[in-house]
Structure formats: structure tokens, C-alpha cells
Design a protein around this ligand. Structure first.
Ligand code: PLP
Length: 399
């Protein structure tokens, strides 16, 4: 079949809850993907940072095959031989004390919300049903009803009410606004260390340290949603390390499986997760042996193959190359590690047109919020690959 036929099938029989670029991918390897016509592209999105380890990473694939032949699902009614080792390895790599495994990122967020509410009632002494969680404007934490209840993006919320109460919104990057919003009923502050979907928004230096201090002073649980920024993407295992702070709860997902399978987790540095007792929370697939075996190898690849350092060094190189593009329509190039945003002035007429041209030239990128292109290739990228990319990106983004 030709690509146009696949596109027609998707559009006729599928819900239209996405507006993808019209490229039909059938194969991937490392940073490269191939469409059904055999054309090759450099993937600059990495499935929103889920394939940090590269497409079809051979080590993770082998671990998946090996485990799939032995055991895939027991449910948590029984124990399995992959879960304990995953917990230990995750705690060692991220300096955490406890882990709660789930599947999608949104489920990790929901889990954290449940845990901090219970913690608020049982430990902090907040009156029943009064718990408040503070979040940031332009956040992205997922798509469930509770999570969109505190989204500030009308496209995410319009027509989906009634919403879950108990959330307050403050400006991202404004520590004073957080301090002012805290009341005796505040149980948690949840924030992305860098806002990914909002367009790679990096907070002012010291912000993460300030919110850490404010949460400590007010007995508020600090939750970092590192589902996109975590696991090497920004040049550190977790983005919080850039400011030397630790959240009480850290949410990871996406690259935790290297793109093979949905695996997410809540990591805890305090006893917050300890408030959950048997039967109070769970998931049929969460912590299954197939997911655990995949995640264990996905983590090992990040560390052993030097992908985190690669993100730091080559991310800086890529950012410099993008900054060198001389076009007054570009408002800003910003990034940390291999999470890079190029923002155009509104007069430039949107970022989508550039993404279409980059696609023709063999690079897959996706615009976010109309005017921003995110560049986030798999972390297995080399300097030569970046030079190849910049040779193609520079003339297009100069237009
Ligand atoms: C992608 C993402 C999520 C949601 O993850 P899903 O697996 O799509 O449910 C939550 N938070 C952040 C910061 C994300 O980037």
C-alpha cells in the first residue's frame, strides 16, 4: 500500500484526536525512521522523549524477547522476580527510597495526587476533602479528567466538565506566587522542572531550589513531573539535579521503557507513598514482569551507553548550531541538554510550515503551541548526525 492509502484508513476509521504530519512510518533504528515509501528521516521528536535510547534499541529488544518467552503478567496478586530488582535499581539510580509502578504517565500523575491527598489527611491533618494541590499555568501532566481539571489550555478542557476540584494554579517560574498561594490545606505543589509541552519553558535559575525551600517551610509535598525531562533528556538522570534539589515525589514514564511498552513510576524520597495500604491503589499491568525487565534494561542502557553525558555535550553543540541561524523571525533558541525549543515570533506565521519543509528534507519535528519547534532527537545521536541535521535545518529555518 502507498502512504496515501494508510492515511485514508486512519482518517476514515480513526477518531481525529491528533493532527499528525502525513508521514507513515514503518521502521526505526537508532535516530532514524523509514516511511512506507522507503524514505529515511532523522526523528527529532523521539515520541516526546519516550525513545531516548533510540528506536528498537537492540539491548532492550533482547530483554523484551527473553522476558516475553518466560513470563509477562502475574498481576500484583503474586510477586514476580523482576519487580524487586527494578525497585532496587531505580532507587539506586535516582537516589529514591520507594517506588510505585504504573503504566502511562497520566497514571503516575493520578497516583501522586491520590498519595498526597491521603498524606495530607493522615499526616498533615488537613480536614476531610479540603486538600489543595498547587500546579502551574501552562502545565502538561496528561489527559485524564482529574488531570485536565487543572489544565489551563482550553483545547484540553473545553466540553469535558464537570472537573475535579482541589487544584490552584500559579505562574510557572514565580516562586513568590507559590508561597502566596499556600494555605494550611495545601498538601502538594506539582511542577515540571522544564515545561515540555508548553514549548520547552525553562524557569529562572534558582526556581527549583526556591520551591524546594518553600515546600519545606510549609509542610507541602514537592512533586516533580519528570515524565518528559527525566531519564537523561536534559543531560542529567533527572532534571532536578541541575539545581541540586530532590523532590519528595518524582514521576517518570516515557523513556523508562525506551519506547517498547508503557511503563511509568512514582519515586518517593519521603514516607508519602507509605500512606497507601493494600487495596487502596493499583493496576492490573503495573509492575508486571515484562514491563520490569524492559525498564531495567532501558535504565541500564541510559547509564552504560553514556547517553546522559551525550545529551549534555551534544545537546549544547546542537543548541549552539541552532542559535547560529540568522533569522529575525526567530525569537529565541533555548534548551537544556537535548531538549531544545526554537520559538518564532507570531508574525512568522506559525511553526508548522517549517516542520512540513523539514519533513521534506528528511527531519521529523513537531510544532508545539503554534510558534515553537521542539528538537529532541534520541540520545544515541552523534556529532556527525547533528552536523547532517544542521546542514538541512539551517537553510529552512533561515527562510
Ligand atoms: C507525556 C507527559 C505526561 C503524560 O504521559 P502519558 O504516558 O501520555 O499519559 C505527563 N507529564 C508530562 C510532563 C509529560 O510530558
Amino acid at each position: 500500500m502507498k502512504s496515501q492509502e494508510y492515511i485514508l484508513l486512519e482518517d476514515e476509521f480513526g477518531a481525529h484526536n491528533y493532527k499528525p504530519l502525513d508521514v507513515v512510518i514503518e521502521r526505526g533504528e537508532g535516530i532514524w525512521v523509514w516511511d512506507v515509501d522507503g524514505k529515511k528521516y532523522l526523528d527529532c521528536l523521539s515520541a516526546y522523549s519516550a525513545v531516548n535510547q533510540g528506536h528498537c534499541n537492540p539491548k532492550i529488544m533482547q530483554a523484551m524477547f527473553d522476558q516475553a518467552k518466560k513470563l509477562t503478567l502475574t498481576s500484583r496478586a503474586f510477586r514476580n522476580d523482576q519487580l524487586g530488582p527494578l525497585y532496587k535499581e531505580l532507587c539506586d539510580l535516582t537516589n529514591s527510597h520507594k517506588v510505585l509502578p504504573m503504566n502511562s504517565g497520566a497514571e503516575a500523575v493520578e497516583t501522586a495526587i491520590k498519595a498526597v491527598r491521603k498524606w495530607g489527611y493522615q499526616i498533615k491533618g488537613v480536614p476531610e476533602d479540603k486538600a489543595e494541590i498547587i500546579v502551574c499555568r501552562n502545565n502538561f501532566h496528561g489527559r485524564t479528567i482529574t488531570i485536565i481539571s487543572f489544565s489551563t489550555d482550553p483545547t484540553s478542557t473545553n466540553g469535558f466538565g464537570p472537573f475535579t476540584p482541589g487544584f490552584k494554579v500559579v505562574d510557572f517560574g514565580d516562586a513568590q506566587a507559590l508561597e502566596d498561594a499556600i494555605t494550611e490545606n495545601t498538601v502538594a505543589f506539582m511542577v515540571e522542572p522544564i515545561q515540555g509541552e508548553a514549548g520547552v519553558i525553562i524557569p529562572p535559575d534558582g526556581y527549583l531550589r526556591d520551591v524546594r525551600r518553600i515546600c519545606d517551610e510549609n509542610e507541602v509535598v514537592l512533586i516533580f513531573d519528570e515524565i518528559q525531562t527525566g531519564l537523561g533528556r536534559t543531560g542529567k538522570m533527572l532534571a532536578e539535579e541541575h539545581e541540586g534539589v530532590e523532590a519528595d515525589l518524582t514521576l517518570i514514564g516515557k523513556a523508562l521503557s525506551g519506547g517498547f511498552y508503557p511503563v511509568s513510576a512514582v519515586l518517593s524520597n519521603t514516607e508519602v507513598l507509605g500512606v497507601l495500604k493494600p487495596g487502596e491503589h493499583g493496576s492490573t499491568f503495573g509492575g508486571n514482569p515484562l514491563a520490569c525487565a524492559i525498564a531495567r534494561t532501558a535504565l541500564r542502557v541510559l547509564r552504560d551507553d553514556g547517553l546522559i553525558d551525550n545529551a549534555a555535550t551534544l545537546g549544547e553543540y546542537f543548541t549552539q548550531g541552532l542559535r547560529a541561524i540568522d533569522n529575525p523571525k526567530i525569537k529565541e533558541v533555548r534548551g537544556r541538554g537535548m531538549l531544545i525549543g526554537v520559538e518564532f515570533h507570531p508574525e512568522a506565521g506559525g511553526a508548522r510550515q517549517y516542520c512540513e519543509k523539514l519533513k521534506e528534507a528528511g527531519l521529523l519535528c513537531k510544532e508545539t503551541h503554534e510558534t515553537i519547534i521542539r528538537f529532541a532527537p534520541p540520545l544515541v545521536i552523534t556529532k556527525e548526525d547533528i552536523d547532517w541535521a544542521l546542514e538541512r535545518i539551517t537553510p529552512i529555518l533561515s527562510e
